[in-house]
Design a protein around this ligand. Structure first.
Ligand SMILES: C[S@@+](CC[C@H](N)C(=O)[O-])C[C@H]1O[C@@H](n2cnc3c(N)ncnc32)[C@H](O)[C@@H]1O
Length: 222
């Protein structure tokens, strides 16, 4: 696995536009839907916040929420700070596997398209569990495998050709090849639910988009 901080620092300047292109604009809808799935209150952390879309959307909808956007890439965070029109979002640098927060501090944690880029899903979930209050909620949105033959084959073309090609247009072939490989290597919905349960989270709801190629996991610290 490459150094993800370096990877995201290096693609940050074009991240939003490439994201728009490779998702055919759909990521905006997925993210808008995502923040409608729960009511947010108290202390909230958006982990792997990147350029801050989810943190900014939550703050826009729930001005009284105390929200932290957390990510290892300073360049991504600087873009988030520029995009943020709400004054009081705390954007902070760091890795998910080792967070500088006391136990049971957050009511809700979110992580969109980030957990597959962490060094270890299990270590990340252990740390997220530590910083969540009892009955705290974790919301994950991530790519997920679909085993239907036709969709699997079409998706392979998309991952092996389209994403790296768009990366190449921005002189970032290797970085987008890594991102595409990390999508292909990630878990199916059922596998991820098992991993969440293994890490003592109770699965409350799954929501799927795009033939199940994107899954939301809403789980509670049990
Ligand atoms: C694909 S981007 C997603 C950004 C944003 N959440 C979104 O939905 O657009 C993945 C993000 O994960 C961050 N990341 C990589 N490794 C991480 C880790 N170990 N802990 C937390 N975030 C990490 C990257 O810096 C990057 O900003």
């Amino acid at each position: 696995m490459p150094d993800t901080k370096k990877t995201f620092d290096s693609i940050s300047s074009n991240y939003d536009i490439v994201n728009e292109l490779i998702s055919f604009g759909l990521h905006k809808k997925w993210k808008s839907d995502f923040v409608k799935l729960r009511k947010f209150s108290g202390n909230v952390i958006d982990i792997a916040t990147g350029t801050g879309d989810i943190a900014i959307k939550i703050k826009g909808k729930y001005p009284n929420v105390a929200i932290t956007g957390y990510d290892p890439s300073n360049n991504m965070l600087n873009l988030a700070r520029k995009k943020n029109t709400h004054k009081d979002i705390n954007f902070l640098q760091g890795f998910c596997e080792d967070m500088p927060f006391e136990n049971e501090f957050f009511d809700i944690a979110t992580i969109t398209f980030g957990i597959r880029n962490t060094k270890s899903v299990n270590e990340s979930l252990t740390e997220i569990r530590r910083v969540l209050k009892k009955n705290g909620v974790l919301m994950i949105m991530e790519f997920s495998k679909n085993e239907t033959i036709v969709i699997k084959q079409l998706y392979k073309i998309y991952l092996h050709w389209i994403i790296p090609f768009v990366g190449l247009l921005f002189s970032k072939f290797n970085e987008y090849k890594y991102l595409a490989d990390s999508i292909e290597g990630f878990y199916s919905k059922d596998e991820m639910n098992k991993i969440l349960e293994f890490n003592h989270f109770k699965v409350m709801e799954n929501v799927q988009y795009n033939f199940g190629l994107v899954t939301v996991y809403i789980v509670m610290k049990s």
